[in-house]
Design a protein around this ligand. Sequence first.
Ligand code: TXA
Ligand code: MG
Length: 319
Amino acid sequence: MNTLLKCTNSSVIQAAQALLSGDLVAFPTETVYGLGVDALNENAVSRLYSVKNRPKNHPLIVHISSINSLDKWARDIPEFAIQLAENFWPGPMTLVLPRTNLAKNFITGSQDCVGVRVPDQEFTISLLREFESLGGFGVAAPSANRFGKLSPTSASDVVEELGEYLADEDLILDGGICRVGLESTIIDCRQDIPRILRPGAITENMIKEVICGQLASDEVTDNIRVSGLLNAHYSPKAKVFLTGIPTEGEGFIASKGIKTPQGAIRLATPDNNIQFAQLLYSSLRLADKMNLKKVFVVPPTGDGLSAAINDRLTKAAAG
Ligand code: TXA
Ligand code: MG
């Protein structure tokens, strides 16, 4: 049985040592829980892929403690990427940049670029700092779920998703519920103009404000691999519908102010889009626990965060 530990100063030190020994450590971030591994340890990375049941050509994000470590992993960093990092790190944003020699094929899916992020979670930053002070360079971490499934937003979600696949030495750090609840915004910084590869809590408008310039809005044309780009992803077992009305015993998720149709089971009643994002995955998980066959969601409208929520909803509905 792998070990579940509350985030404390001492568990973070234990976790940093575990990572250096090649063990897997699931940790909280502000977005979703990650399943971390020493980004330089090929054997450990290989075990991570099998625990997640993830195809090897899907790259992993490298998590670092601060912008100061960015140039260890990325080169030819454009000015706009530095501005974005200075403004939004620590925070829910991943930059995809040309890689240095440190970023091996086994974490980049053999692509010439690497995804890097500084997460905004007190204990996880301490973990990354401790790991780096022990000689580590970065922690590669995908979301701590089986491939194609919902990302975990609490430590108990991680136990449910991966508990049976982890080894005795592996650790799960419990840092409570994730504040954002959706995976980071991924920005492709390999060209002159940045492009959003996956929408998240750092929204298009927030990005435009910082770069004072253009943001590519066309579809991704090259074959850069972002697993979230698969049409079906983020899927619960229940079938998700974005139109139509639930009947007796079917699930329903909608903003406060929208009434529950007769006989439907209300799974969440978010007051605003921030809450909608935070509750989305846990309410879809709840539907599965209740063995619901269908969940109807009224997609949110309004501010920038609705783009990220609707992106995940569309993929969940295609699953
Ligand atoms: O919020 C997040 O980003 C969470 C937390 C744990 O940090 N992580 C996460 O990881 O969502 P994952 O592996 O589930 O999704 C990361 C996405 C994948 O779609 C992957 O393809 C993309 O990032 N990615 C990573 N490195 C990349 C690269 N070098 N080029 C293109 N896409 C990359
Ligand atoms: Mg994921």
